[in-house]
Design a binder for this molecule. Structure first.
Ligand code: PHB
Length: 391
């Protein structure tokens, strides 16, 4: 072999070796299913933009695997979510499903995740039982009982003795209603009525009229992200504040995505939640600035669920040395602890829910914009429903 052919064969070997490597290192696919149209489009827009920001900041290669994000719009229709998940798993052979903005959408995917051993990272949906629907579900957001019990506790400690609860009539609303009643009653308060408003096209007027007639110290409200503005308009026009009825709620109502457009009626509303764009940490300030720059809007709590969910996926893939595999990824996510823009968080290894601080906040005007300003915190809160079952 002369020098030239030797060099050529070296090159060939290198090329073949490289080709072999690229065959083994197929892209790692994430199927992100979110509502991008309809009344919950804000949720999809937030989660998608956050996933993209995370990738822009952390690169699109993890442990030698190229990350491919496939975004699909389910329009918040559970049958569509199920079909899209099926197609992504069978045809695209995605390694992970993610997104899932509402409870019925997450529940529609659970049996598919179990059957195909595909991890499903629930970034939005927040009914407590969702993680029990499949051992392949890991949550990066929150649960309603987790953020509601602190509201009940705070209310009881702050001269609120009687409450009417008013919630959207489906999973997370029923969770919020039960959690509020349990903790508020234990703390000495009285829930004098529990109202449930239909989930689709809600007309709050007759329910608010009833609250007014019953004249409690406060009305406790849960509506899902995207609906808060419609609620606040009707709350204002029914004159509940003038009647001396205080509004308390989970942070879903004063959602950062819509809050600034709600106007003066929102000022002073006290809520409890796990994330505010006004959270006072250096990491959060940097994150909010980067998100505003890339997406042209404020992040909300669903958005942070999307951002942190991507972190879980990146960390787990790294931990498996790029190997992946449904069971190994879920195992690697259990017990992960890190600082999120919302504060310190841990994936509870028992329940695959997030253990996190829940903050008490009040809507205030800051530099000409409305924000949920945190003024107290309940630290390292677990989902209380599962904690009670375990004890
Ligand atoms: C849900 O459907 O689980 C859900 C949606 C929006 C929220 C909270 C919960 O703000």
């Amino acid at each position: 072999m002369n020098k030239r052919t030797f060099a050529k064969s070296l090159l060939l070997c290198a090329t073949l070796g490289w080709a072999g490597l690229t065959v083994a290192q197929e892209p790692f696919k994430i199927g992100l299913i979110v509502p991008m149209t309809g009344p919950f489009a804000t949720t999809g827009r937030q989660i998608e933009s956050n996933a993209k920001l995370y990738m822009a900041q952390h690169g699109d290669t993890v442990a030698g695997r190229k990350i491919e994000l496939i975004v699909q719009d389910d329009g918040a229709v559970a049958d569509t979510t199920r079909r899209l998940a099926q197609e992504l798993i069978v045809n695209e052979k995605v390694d992970v499903i993610a997104g899932l903005g509402l409870t019925p959408l997450a529940l529609a995917v659970a049996p598919l995740a179990t059957r195909s051993q595909t991890p499903a990272i629930v970034m939005g949906a927040a009914t407590a039982t969702i993680t029990e629907a499949s051992p392949f579900i890991v949550r990066s957001g929150f649960t309603l009982p987790q953020v509601t019990e602190p509201m009940a506790q705070w209310a009881a400690e702050n001269d609120i003795n009687t409450v009417v609860t008013l919630v959207s009539d489906y999973g997370p609303g029923l969770d919020a209603e039960a959690a509020f009643k349990k903790r508020f009653t234990e703390a000495g308060g009285e829930v004098i009525d529990s109202l449930r408003v239909p989930m689709a096209n809600p007309d709050f007027a007759p329910f608010l009229q009833r609250v007014r007639d019953e004249s409690p110290d406060a009305v406790f409200v849960f509506v899902p992200s995207g609906i808060g503005s419609a609620f606040m308009k009707q709350f204002e026009s029914r004159g509940l504040s003038e009647a001396g009825i205080q509004l308390i709620a989970t942070g879903d109502v004063t959602d950062d995505d819509l809050l600034n457009g709600m106007g003066e009626v929102a000022l002073g509303v006290v809520t409890t939640h796990h994330y505010s764009a006004a959270h006072d940490s250096e990491l959060n300030r940097e994150y909010v600035a980067a998100f505003k720059e890339s997406a042209g809007m404020r992040p909300n709590f669903h958005g942070v669920g999307g951002y942190d969910g991507m972190h879980l996926i990146y960390q787990a893939l790294e931990a498996t040395g790029g190997e992946g595999g449904g069971k190994a990824l879920v195992e690697a996510m259990k017990g992960l602890s890190f600082e999120s823009p919302r504060g310190p968080i841990t994936i509870d290894p028992e329940t695959r829910d997030v253990i996190q601080n829940v903050y008490v906040r009040k809507v205030e005007m800051v530099d000409g914009e409305l924000y949920n300003v945190e003024f107290d915190a309940y630290e390292a809160v677990k989902d209380p429903v599962k904690a009670a079952k375990a004890s």
